[in-house]
Design a protein around this ligand. Structure first.
Ligand SMILES: [Zn+2]
Length: 121
């Protein structure tokens, strides 16, 4: 009787992908190596690194069926500077084509047309 069911208080802060209160643990992150990406990194705004206009698959538009691994110029568009394959959500390539692109990139890497990783600095 005395219990009042409290609805979720609207004043509760919601944090983006928080999951636990780690307040006070605000130390700079010294990761082992490389990228500035970590799990639960700082929320950045306006991440428009890559051009992103229409999500349309380049290969579907141009009707390219066979993606040739020797065509490193074309494949180079899907490899980031770091040597990684750019994910589909950034390029807009459709799933089956991305799959072929990825396969072609891997083939091209094996014959040293494309880098496995970015150049060592
Ligand atoms: Zn496609």
């Amino acid at each position: 009787m005395a219990e009042e069911p409290r609805a979720a208080s609207p004043s509760e802060e919601r944090r983006p992908s928080g999951g636990g209160d780690r307040s006070g643990g605000d130390r700079p992150r010294f990761g082992g190596g490389g990228g500035g990406r970590g799990p639960g990194g700082p929320p950045r705004e306006g991440g428009r690194k890559f051009f992103r206009r229409k999500k349309v698959c380049k290969f579907c538009v141009e009707k390219i069926e066979n993606i040739n691994y020797k065509d490193y110029r074309m494949l180079g568009q899907f490899v980031a500077e770091s040597g990684k394959i750019v994910p589909r959500r950034l390029t807009g390539v459709c799933s089956p084509h991305q799959h072929r692109v990825a396969a072609a990139i891997k083939q091209a890497r094996n014959i040293a047309l494309l880098p496995f990783a970015g150049r060592a600095s």
